[in-house]
Design a protein around this ligand. Sequence first.
Ligand code: ZN
Length: 133
Amino acid sequence: MSNIRVCTKCDTAFTLRSTLDRETRCQTCRGSRHNRYSNQSNQRAKALEWMDEVNDRLTSLEKKLLALEEKVNEEDVESPVESLIDERLKYKSTEMQDWVEKKVLKLNGRILKLTEEVEKVKGLLLKKGGYES
Ligand SMILES: [Zn+2]
């Protein structure tokens, strides 16, 4: 029996340690056991770090969104008073309200996108079995 086998990953011939060696990959593709695992946990740590970052961004976006929504609500409450004030000011207020509403919509879109991204990464991590929520 030959002590040479062809790597299943890169098709390079490699030497077996013994005829009983069941390794199917060359030294390069195999890497050391230690490296393989530390590499995996590095990727996992990076993914989790990124998710934390996204979470922070979502939290700050949510805060901004709430503040903007409060502003919109305030404007609504003030509307009876508005009828008493100058037309120009009223127009400005409507303009402001439109602007805030547009901002809220934009933020909502971003939050949805970010949430989707987080779910995607979560799915990938779950597939790898590396993430417990
Ligand atoms: Zn190989």
